[in-house]
Design a protein around this ligand. Sequence first.
Ligand SMILES: [Zn+2]
Length: 265
Amino acid sequence: MTEAVQTETLQKFRDGFYKVMVCTSVGTEGIDVPDCNIVISYNYSGDEITKIQMKGRSRKKGATIVVMGDEKQLEQEMINAYKANMMYKAISELKNINARAVEHKLKMFQTDEMQKLRYKTEYEKAKKSRRSEDDLEILCRRCNSMACLVSDVRKLGSQHFVIAKDFPSKITTKPHKSPKKYDGIEKKGKMYCKKCPLDWGIVADRDGVDLFILKLQCFKLRNMRTGIVSQHKKWLDVPYDVPELGLEDIPKFFRNETEENASPE
Ligand SMILES: [Zn+2]
């Protein structure tokens, strides 16, 4: 059927010259027949949009839509009807909202989304630029004695702590007067450089494991390849991507304990 014939046929149906029109699913789209009072859909169901469009085909008051098909189709039709009703409800609710308020909300939403996108892009950029393959030595800020390597540091939430086995031999500790618990971590004591003795941070207990949480301001970092020394106030500024504590790190804690237990008295 050519488009001209299609248009003519449709016009004749609209004018009432044809009383019935048989068509494929194309009949649900973009055809407007105000006087049509019954639509029979045979073995066909699309989605809720089709449903609404089909309803548009039969806009006459009291018009009927009949769906013929198997149970699966019936189920789909019921879902479509439900979704279409939700859509009508949402649209009518939207109509009741003041246009200015909608515009204002939209603008706020857009600004917010743009801001988020900007932050995300900047963050990704910053993350990439500070990532370095070079390991860094973490040195006591006052006496230069080495604490550990930055590759021995792991992140757990906002805390950065050392997982190097020999780290406890480089510090002295003092118990905390009033141990504080937060985020599942108990502040047990303070740790100091064994040599000078600068305050290096805190010793915390998490599920029976000692965590040596470094106070970054008390250290300087030396790039092992270039020898460049830097100081940072925030871990975010450290040119190394400190990994989160992973499952693979856990044996390091336990190996530590078993080796201590196995060592001769
Ligand atoms: Zn020191």
